[in-house]
Design a binder for this molecule. Structure first.
Ligand code: BG6
Length: 482
């Protein structure tokens, strides 16, 4: 009973949310570099500007300055006993414009040194190739993955990384939360630019663009998996799915069918990644809509590029109520989400559902029988600094401990009772970083506090929260003591 002996306990961040140094050592401008700061209190959303504009607040430009602090930050993670650390490679450090012929040596060297540091600390790197930080040039010049040339640019980037870090990195993932864009009605423009560097203009057919650019990303992902297997037979390449399961709001069969359609729309991506082909319901949808972007040879590529494991993030769950909006297709729309009255929510409205984690682990396992890795799970909250306690912390984040312990207990149940094959757990994010959805510093996830805030009055110093000591014991007891 319990987690495997070599369970990959750890934490996850992404390059753009942590590194800063946005224009240092030859790095190019990324999508994240043109996203402004938002604020949950004033309900100010992030904006995407066309290029870097004078006078705007771009929080990812400095982030938490991890570029210059990563050694001390990783040491703190090692002190907690981390066995793994997930981060991403900023594509723009390696190919500053995305379509360059030659990689940037300074960027490659930076990650060489970072991975060496992890190895010295006994920490296994788990690396995402594209985490919301595609080169801005690919958006401006090609409209991102709307142009099939981006497939080749991504493959080149992936091959460069696999060849360079062979022997240092075993666990890879292709596109972070590739499926967020499936909610194109609610957050379309935001997700499509984050995931595929696709800029949506007034009057565009967003739905058609989403399915087409996502298809090109899926082809690019499959080519990368194939390349990794050729270059390094020891490499394990996973997909990365943003998994927040959708329940029916009631036992009314119409709601149940509607929830099933929601799962189809949001998670067909993993069917393609894991099975190597589209599920029939998606092919029928494409036929109904008259989409013809699947080109000759794509089917063979998808089949040859099946992933080795399923990486996914889990934060919350949703519930949907059928409104009849799309007639007998029972198609889903985010507008039909309803609040789940059985669940509480965070200050950002994210519904807290530990049992849902066991449910999604089973959902994946029932379909794919592949190893899995939970590569994100965490609690964003406003932390309050208090006088330092005798135990040595100055943030009493018991709410974060409660969230994480309930989720770890649920995944332990999935291992013990349902027999799911779980490789590891990387909580999000061991150190406070810039929020991806809101661009805030004040939405904090860390065990390690970073003294910076939305108003930019901090000094970037690091400190330990109560949860730091708690997680250290969780790892030391291999998840026995929560
Ligand atoms: C996931 C992303 O969606 O959730 C991360 O992969 C992100 O990049 C995390 O940071 C938490 O979301 P947020 O918006 O609270 O930062």
């Amino acid at each position: 009973m319990g987690f495997r002996k070599d369970f990959l306990w750890g934490g996850a961040i992404a390059a753009h949310q942590a590194e800063g140094a946005w224009d240092v050592d030859g790095k190019g401008v990324s999508i994240a570099d043109v996203m402004t700061a938002g604020d949950n209190v004033t309900k100010t959303p992030r904006r995407i500007t066309r290029g870097v504009l004078e006078g705007e607040d771009y929080p990812n430009h400095k982030a938490i300055d991890f570029y210059y602090h990563y050694k001390e930050d990783l040491k703190l993670c090692a002190e907690m006993g981390f066995k793994s650390f997930r981060t991403s490679i900023a594509w723009t450090r390696i190919y500053p414009n995305g379509d360059d012929e030659q990689p940037n040596e300074a960027g490659l060297k930076f990650y060489d040194e970072m991975f060496d540091t992890m190895k010295e600390l006994g920490i296994e790197p788990v690396i995402t190739l594209s985490h919301f930080e595609m080169p801005y040039n690919l958006a401006a010049k090609y409209n991102g993955f709307m142009d099939r040339r981006c497939i080749g640019f991504f493959e080149r980037f992936a091959r460069t990384c696999f060849a360079r870090y062979k022997g240092k990195v075993k666990y890879w993932m292709t596109f972070n939360e590739i499926n967020n864009q499936a909610e194109w009605r609610a957050m379309g423009a935001h997700h499509m630019v984050q995931e595929g560097a696709v800029l949506v203009n007034e009057g565009d057919d967003m739905e058609a663009m989403m399915y087409e650019s996502a298809h090109n990303e899926l082809v690019a992902s499959a080519l990368a998996v194939k390349a990794a297997h050729e270059i390094d037979p020891d490499a394990m390449v996973g997909c990365m799915i943003g998994m927040n399961g959708v329940y029916p709001a009631t036992p009314n069969p119409a709601d149940v069918l509607n929830a099933q359609q929601a799962m189809h729309q949001k998670y067909y991506f993993v069917e393609v990644h894991a099975r190597g082909h589209y599920p029939s319901h998606m092919l029928k949808k494409f036929e109904r809509k008259g989409y013809d972007f699947i080109k000759e040879g794509d089917a063979e590529i998808l089949e040859a590029g099946k992933v080795d494991y399923i990486g996914f993030s889990y934060y919350m769950s949703f519930a949907t109520q059928f409104t009849g909006r799309f007639g007998d297709t029972y198609d889903f729309s985010e507008e039909d989400y309803v609040r789940n009255t059985y669940l509480k929510a965070s200050d950002w409205g994210w519904q807290i559902d530990p049992i849902g984690l066991r449910w999604v682990l089973n959902w994946f396992n029932d379909r794919f029988e592949l190893p899995m890795m939970i590569v994100e799970n965490g609690f964003g909250a406003y932390d309050k600094v208090i006088d330092r306690t005798e135990e040595g912390y100055m943030i009493d984040d018991q709410y974060r401990i409660d969230y994480l312990s309930a989720h770890i207990a649920a995944m332990r149940d999935a291992v013990n009772y349902d027999g799911v094959d779980l490789l590891g757990y990387q909580m999000w994010a061991p150190i406070d970083i810039v929020s991806a959805s809101t661009g805030e510093y004040d939405k904090r996830y860390g065990f390690i506090y970073v003294n910076e805030n939305n108003a930019h009055t901090g000094d970037f110093s690091r400190d330990k929260k109560k949860s730091f000591f708690w997680y250290k014991n969780v790892i030391a007891t291999n998840g026995e003591e929560l």
